[in-house]
Design a protein around this ligand. Structure first.
Ligand SMILES: C[S@@+](CC[C@H](N)C(=O)[O-])C[C@H]1O[C@@H](n2cnc3c(N)ncnc32)[C@H](O)[C@@H]1O
Length: 218
């Protein structure tokens, strides 16, 4: 590990269960399959994979998993069908010859400049198999998301290190849809995420004004 910051990565581990719950529902609704059936033998790419711990769960379900991160904070060890690469995402994708069935972009897009977001989806559209899914979670762009994600989470409750987020990089579902449509990626679902700071847990919500999940299909 280069410069592992537990304050940065540990709150993300609290999101694992809700991500799994969200993907289970989408896969049941769109493919008719149970998530454990679905992931068997699928090629999965986790971009901005952090420690690699979330991706590791899907290797355990029989998927072939590859994680990419610009920082080396990997906790999980390499093993059969599970590899983590320390590289910038677009640099990796530009030279990548593999195609994937599932891509995770969890808490990642809010760290990219707009030009890099376009580049990412253009690159991804060339690296996807037909009927693939991109699962996203990110921060909406409005005064409420600025207040909760920066003022409250970073400055008041100190749940995250200061300057984790840059409001300019936040992304509304409408903007996400506009960017992705250019690259034939269809936004088929958006769902809000609600955080309870006392229980330190997340749940799905009708309100998508702060943090939200999105699913793209190719
Ligand atoms: C908020 S963390 C999310 C980690 C993981 N997806 C999760 O939710 O647990 C964002 C991650 O994206 C990585 N990252 C940021 N910009 C990147 C880039 N251009 N290419 C690859 N990784 C990047 C960071 O190093 C960090 O590990």
């Amino acid at each position: 590990m280069d410069n592992y910051n537990s304050k940065y990565y540990e709150p993300l581990e609290q999101m694992m269960a809700i991500r799994h719950q969200y993907m289970s529902k989408i896969l049941r609704d769109h493919s008719g399959q149970d998530i454990y059936e679905f992931f068997k033998n699928k090629k999965v790419l986790d971009i901005g994979c952090g420690t690699g711990e979330f991706l590791n769960n899907y290797c355990g379900m029989g998927a072939k998993c590859l994680g990419i991160d610009i920082e080396n904070n990997f906790k999980s060890k390499k093993k059969m069908n599970f590899k983590l690469i320390n590289m910038e995402a677009n640099k990796f994708l530009k030279n990548c010859k593999k195609k994937f069935d599932v891509v995770f972009l969890f808490e990642f897009l809010e760290h990219l400049e707009e030009g890099d977001k376009h580049q990412l989806f253009e690159n991804l559209s060339k690296n996807l198999n037909r009927n693939s899914y991109i699962f996203i979670s990110t921060l909406n762009k409005n005064l409420l998301s600025k207040y909760f994600a920066i003022d409250i989470a970073e400055n008041i409750l100190k749940l995250l290190p200061k300057k984790t987020h840059d409001f300019n990089l936040f992304l509304s579902p409408n903007k996400l849809e506009t960017i992705c449509r250019k690259y034939n990626l269809n936004l088929v679902n958006v769902k809000g995420i609600q955080y309870n700071p006392i229980l330190k847990s997340f749940k799905l919500s009708k309100i998508d004004l702060v943090n939200y999940f999105g699913t793209l299909k190719y």
